[in-house]
Write a protein that binds this ligand. Structure first.
Ligand code: CA
Length: 748
């Protein structure tokens, strides 16, 4: 034990006797839940409750009482970071001047709607209370669609600082500021110096990192300050931060390679100042989206943001005339000054203009901004009349649209890197201020908790060499660490059991295509939580598989996965998946979500089922099974099912995916089997981005593409279609002509 409780008590006693008029404050070391329950009702201002080091299982903590500004009631760890709350643990605060520090939540999930909340129940809230140096790491409900918050703010004048929140995988906003009763409005909460780390793509709505308010109370002011936080790869969905209330300040935050935008979705009079967005060219990185009245966007630095449409580097939306509270209020009196927009692919004004969203931005100004694009292309798209945004003294290195030219001067610009690492135009005073501070890792989160990357790269670990033997393979898989590589010598092997993949693993042939693997179970590999699989140079045959329908070479867990996974298959041969009908190469389970499935340079032949089945989410709730499906330079011959079935139903627009890319492949006799109910060689429903380029199709059932919502982008270019019908593309919701681009395709 690092310090003696007895000494502390003596110390406290000494203090108390010095100030005989003050209430006698205590320091109490707690070693059991029962002990905590006993002392908790009697906590007084100045008391400190210390949880003993160790792992606490299923501990639902209620910290309740009335501290004072000078003497809060403090709950802390014996040593910061060494008190782990796991299982079904959570924390509630209720009362005044409470403080909690140094706790780690991991290896579990909350049984209630929040891991930490600033309330005991609907009526008993917390005020002037603070959580500091708290960690919530990968603390997820095992049912990914069960929604919870990690931190829920209620009451007023509460603060969260220097905390670490990363790897939220289940549904629900990571941090929510609730305004649902008067006691929680005009709240002046402060959220500062926190590290919001990796949030994997959620794969439907409900993956925001921070939300302030809800549409229902959005005309209420919140006065929440969000300052000096880092949002790093918080990729959950299209909204990183969703502001849904008034008079909030978001200042000095860093958004690092984060997909999505800071969205001023509802509420008026918000200030977005001194923030830094570094997209670094990562796909779907966005900046700021402006909606509503009196918004101020100044002194921000936005760099390398690739997003488009509502996910653009900078977007000003059209509103709905007399908008209902949950739709889009008109942009009125927006001030956009001294921002640097450097290498933004898109800046969109009057975005979303349509029959409903017809109220154009008014009374707004855009001054002293820098627009610089290395590509030489300007980033602007105008969707309606934008004369309500008055431009003056903006400077660009590129020609802009005629409608904007009056307020944007074209100049030769040389960018120079300043001490803060940001780029500034030499000799010009437009754009973000020179002294803009870029918050660093050292300044956010608890210093004692490492900000580790949340994915392990393939081939980043040790090499294990084995013979072509099933028992050696199974033993090697048990012995590996995440990132390791298993290399199999030439030979033949028959695997008698399902191989569970629950770490990042590469399995490859020592000599290309000279290791043959057959398998006796319905699947060879099952990807489970924490599993990522890369196969390279193998020959996989279904010749020893059970004579039953519905086998798959690879599948995910059949239901209930909460971790995203990656699957790469390179340079391999897959054949004889034909012992019975409906033998697939890959099948997803329900609820499983792939960050990426990449097939490169493989040869597939004689398959009675589908190659990729990614269609288990059939309820049309905007949920789907894979973000990126990329097939390059493969040969597919005699596949009775489809090459891929990708299904993303529903009308929600909170996701960027799925993406489907098919380049330089040869497809021969695909999709013509009588059990292929879609009658499609490739079936894509609700896919957001589709590129089908330079492939050869021979006797392949048609490509069937069903566009749903989100202005999907589909391009079918430079393909040869021999004895293959034309693609069938439909607009499911809007009807009319489809929006896909088909060019340079040959039909014979
Ligand atoms: Ca959302």
């Amino acid at each position: 034990m690092p310090f003696s409780v007895r000494h502390l008590s003596i110390f406290t006693f000494a203090l108390a006797t010095l100030f005989i008029n003050s209430v006698q404050a205590k320091e109490i070391l707690i070693s059991s839940k029962a002990q905590y329950e006993k002392i908790a009702p009697d906590l007084k201002a100045g008391d400190t409750v210390i949880l003993q080091n160790g792992t606490w299982q299923d501990f639902e903590i209620l910290l309740e009482g009335e501290g004072t500004e000078d003497s809060p009631i403090h709950l802390t760890a014996q040593e910061k970071g060494k008190v782990i709350l796991s299982g079904e643990s959570n924390l509630r605060l209720a009362g005044k001047y409470l403080k909690v520090s140094g706790l780690v939540f991991k290896n579990g999930f909350t049984p209630t709607s929040s891991v930490i909340e600033f309330r005991k129940n609907k009526d008993e809230l917390a005020y002037h209370s603070r959580i500091t140096e708290i960690v919530i790491d990968d603390y997820n409900n095992p049912d990914k669609q069960e929604s919870d918050y990690w931190v829920a703010f209620y009451g007023q004048y509460n603060r969260m600082d220097n905390s670490y929140l990363a790897a939220k995988r289940n549904k629900g906003v990571t941090v929510a500021v609730r305004l649902n009763n008067e006691q929680s409005q005009q709240n002046y909460h402060k959220i500062d110096h926190n590290y919001f780390g990796f949030r994997p793509i959620f794969g439907s709505n409900g993956g925001e990192t921070l939300r302030i308010g809800t549409s229902h109370y959005s005309l209420t002011d919140s006065f929440t300050l969000v300052e000096n936080n880092i949002f790093e790869r918080t990729n959950g969905e299209v909204e990183i931060i969703s502001v849904k209330s008034g008079k909030n300040k978001l200042i000095g935050n860093l958004f690092y390679e984060a997909r999505g935008t800071l969205t001023m979705r509802h509420g008026n009079g918000n200030l977005i100042e001194n923030n830094v967005f570094l997209g670094n060219g990562v796909e779907h990185t966005g900046g700021i989206r402006v909606i509503n009245k009196d918004q101020i966007i100044k002194n921000n630095y936005l760099y390398g943001l690739t997003g488009y449409r509502f996910g653009s580097g900078f977007t000003i939306l059209n509103g709905v005339p007399n908008s209902p509270i949950n739709r889009y209020h008109q942009v009125d009196n927006a001030t956009i000054t001294n921002n640097s927009f450097i290498n933004l692919d898109h800046i969109q004004f009057a975005a979303g203009s349509d029959a409903e969203r017809s109220a154009v931005p008014i009374n707004s100004k855009m001054e002293n901004n820098l627009i610089y694009n290395e590509s030489g292309n300007h980033p602007f798209t105008l969707f309606d009349d934008v004369s309500g945004i008055k431009l003056s003294n903006n400077i660009a290195n590129v020609d802009v649209l005629d409608e904007l030219e009056y307020g944007v001067d074209k100049k030769r610009i040389t960018l120079e890197k300043a001490d803060n690492g940001l780029l500034y135009p030499k000799g010009l005073s437009v754009g973000a201020p020179k002294d803009l501070n870029v918050i660093t890792h050292d300044e956010v989160g608890p210093s004692w908790y490492p900000k580790a990357p949340k994915t392990v790269a393939f081939d980043s670990g040790k090499l294990h060499k084995i013979n072509a033997s099933a028992s050696e393979l199974l033993a090697a898989i048990n012995a590996t660490e995440s990132g390791d590589v298993i290399e199999i010598a030439p030979g033949n092997m028959i695997v008698p059991r399902l191989i569970a993949i629950n770490k990042t693993l590469t399995i490859r042939a020592q000599q290309n295509r000279r290791t043959n693997i057959s398998f006796e179970r319905t699947s060879l590999f099952e990807i489970q939580d924490n599993g990522n699989l890369k196969l390279e140079g193998l020959v996989i045959s279904g010749d020893e598989s059970p004579d039953a329908h519905g086998n798959s070479v690879i599948r995910t867990k059949k239901w209930g996965m909460v971790n995203n996974y990656r699957l790469w298959v390179n340079n391999s041969i897959v054949t004889q998946l034909d012992i019975n009908h409906s033998f697939h190469f890959f099948s997803t389970g329900k609820g499983a979500f792939a960050d990426e499935i990449i097939l490169t340079g493989n040869v597939f032949s004689n398959v009675t089922g589908d190659i990729l089945r990614l269609d288990s989410e059939t309820e049309d709730l905007g949920i789907y099974n894979a973000e990126y499906v990329t097939l390059t330079n493969n040969d597919f011959t005699n596949v009775q099912g489809a090459l891929a079935k990708v299904y993303r139903g529903g009308t929600d627009e909170s996701t960027f995916g799925p993406h489907f890319q098919l380049t330089d492949n040869t497809l021969k006799q695909i999709g013509n089997g009588k059990r292929n109910k879609t009658n499609a060689g490739i079936y894509l429903h609700g896919v957001q981005v589709t590129n089908i380029d330079r492939n050869t199709f021979e006797m392949v059932a048609p490509i069937v593409i069903e566009h749903t919502v989100g202005e999907p982008k589909t391009a079918i270019l430079n393909n040869k279609f021999n004895n293959t019908p034309s693609p069938v593309i439909t607009e499911v919701h809007v009807g009319g002509e489809h929006t896909a681009t088909l060019k340079n395709n040959e039909f014979k």
